[in-house]
Design a protein around this ligand. Structure first.
Ligand SMILES: Cc1ncc(COP(=O)(O)O)c(C=O)c1O
Length: 473
């Protein structure tokens, strides 16, 4: 398929460059410059030392192979390098981006609104707060204490000094009592809820937060950068949410309830470069109220002159953005539609993987979960001698064997550090000194094949976890 792409691109160049051969196949086309060849060899050699990101053995961070359709679509458009900042820079890829946004709206359950792609989740989140700050008036910004680190950065950049972190419960979800108390303290501009925290994949209680929105009045943004695409697993082909009983083995009841009402929130971040299997450089932001984009309107004298088509850059924070990213996501969505019979099949495997590991660990007895998974991230620890320090020692020994710290690691996991409050909530029976933080192992099942090969990888991971003795051997 890449060959087809290349040949069509050469034909396009031929047609649009008036047959000037130097612009589509130079005289040295068959023999690359020596510097190019040797530098490429050096690059490939260096890339050989990457951690095993493409393997199921790597379950540490949110890295995922881009899908083949994404690669082909990205490559096809990238060869001409369109820029979706303005329609004139991306006359084909801008409409593709708008179609992708329609897909994302359907995925999240939005029946109206506007959105666009961004370079990532942080930028999408930042744009949401920027629009709300400039369009929505006064008040405090609230988000849970387990939210992504970008939120505090964003507040700092936007000079939103009036923000507060709301306490979380033992499942790392926003604590509703604490939220209500914060809401009662004064006007709130925006509440940011998570659909999949970075640490443990926690889903905040959206139905209840929506009810609080009706009572107190605020803009409700959902950071679904990680979890948004997982909604495909609970959508049927006609875009309706599947009955609870059909998906009970995939996600927690509370995560299902949050997915069911997601379309009622005011804005959301959803990242193709996480569970959408796009290469890095593609996030997305969606606003239910199209008028919010006009708050951000800014024009300039040298572009945006085509007015009957969207010039996305007029309403976005970033400047140049790759039309190729839109093309890649578009092709991925057309090949694997965003419902349970399409890309959702992959997501279901991810969700099942976390549950399978949770139940294996419970039945083998050594490890304890920080909390049952809402989605597909699982955190757990070895309680060691029953103190927080002892648990950290025992878990640390496993981490050193099964992480990037060990070049021969049979599996690569990451770690998650619980605050002292979260430590007390998630492991109340561990004896501890004031301020002690529990360190847990973290497995991110963004890859779908942990259950493939007849559970081979899962079994291997469980064995590897039990092979390490508490002194790290
Ligand atoms: C919940 C959540 N929000 C926001 C982000 C930031 O996204 P990005 O790294 O694409 O800027 C992440 C990244 O892991 C995330 O997990």
């Amino acid at each position: 398929m890449l060959r087809t792409v290349l040949l069509r691109h050469i034909a396009w160049r031929k047609k649009t460059t008036g047959g000037d051969e130097s612009l589509y196949a130079g005289p040295d086309a068959d023999s690359p410059a020596a510097e190019f060849e040797s530098a490429l060899c050096e690059l490939l050699d260096r890339l050989d030392s990457q951690f095993p990101y493409a393997s199921p053995r790597y379950a540490a961070q949110m890295l995922k192979d881009p899908s083949l359709p994404y690669i082909a679509g990205h490559f096809a458009a990238m060869l001409a390098n369109p820029n979706n900042h303005a329609f004139e820079g991306g006359n084909v890829t801008t409409p593709l981006e708008m179609e992708v946004v329609d897909d994302l709206k359907r995925l999240l359950g939005f029946t109206a609104g506007w959105g666009h792609l961004t370079s990532g989740g942080s930028l999408a989140n930042m744009e949401a707060l920027w629009a709300v700050r400039d369009g929505g008036g006064e008040g405090r910004v609230l988000f849970s204490a387990s939210s992504h680190y970008s939120w505090k950065r964003i507040c700092s950049i936007l000079r939103v000094t009036d923000f507060a972190e709301v306490a979380v419960d033992a499942r790392q979800r926003m604590d509703l009592g604490a939220l209500r108390r914060s809401l009662g303290e004064g006007k709130t501009l925006m509440v940011m809820a998570n659909l999949g925290t970075t640490g443990v994949g926690a889903v905040d209680p959206l139905p209840e937060i929506l009810a609080l929105r009706n009572e107190f009045g605020f803009h409700l943004h959902v950071d679904a950068a990680y979890g948004g695409y997982l909604r495909a697993a609970v959508l049927s082909g006609n875009g309706e949410i599947r009955p609870r009983g059909e998906v009970a083995d995939l996600l927690s009841p509370e995560a299902y309830d949050a997915m069911a009402v997601l379309g009622e929130v005011d804005s959301a971040t959803v990242d193709p470069h996480k569970h959408g299997a796009a290469a890095y450089g593609v996030g997305g932001v969606i606003f239910r109220d199209e008028a919010l984009r006009d708050v951000l309107l800014n024009t300039c004298p040298y572009t945006y002159h085509v007015r009957e088509q969207p010039n996305i850059g007029m309403w976005q924070l970033e400047g140049s953005r790759p039309g190729a990213a839109a093309a890649g996501v578009w092709l991925a969505h057309r090949t694997m539609p965003l419902h349970a019979g399409g890309m959702g099949r992959i997501h279901a495997e991810c969700l099942r993987s976390a549950r399978a590991l949770a139940s294996e660990l419970s039945s083998r007895g050594r490890y304890r979960l920080v909390c049952p998974p809402d989605l597909d991230i699982l955190c757990f620890f070895d309680p060691g001698d029953g103190t927080v320090a002892g648990a950290n020692e025992a878990t640390g020994a496993v981490y050193r064997r099964l992480s990037v710290e060990n070049p021969d690691a049979p599996f690569v996991l990451s770690k998650f550090v619980l605050t002292p409050e979260a430590t007390a909530a998630s492991a109340p029976d561990l004896s501890r000194n004031t301020g002690e933080e529990l360190v847990a192992l973290r497995a991110v099942f963004i890859k779908h094949w942990a259950l493939l090969g007849e559970g081979r990888y899962l079994g291997m991971l469980v064995d590897a976890l039990h092979d390490v003795d508490s002194r790290g051997r």
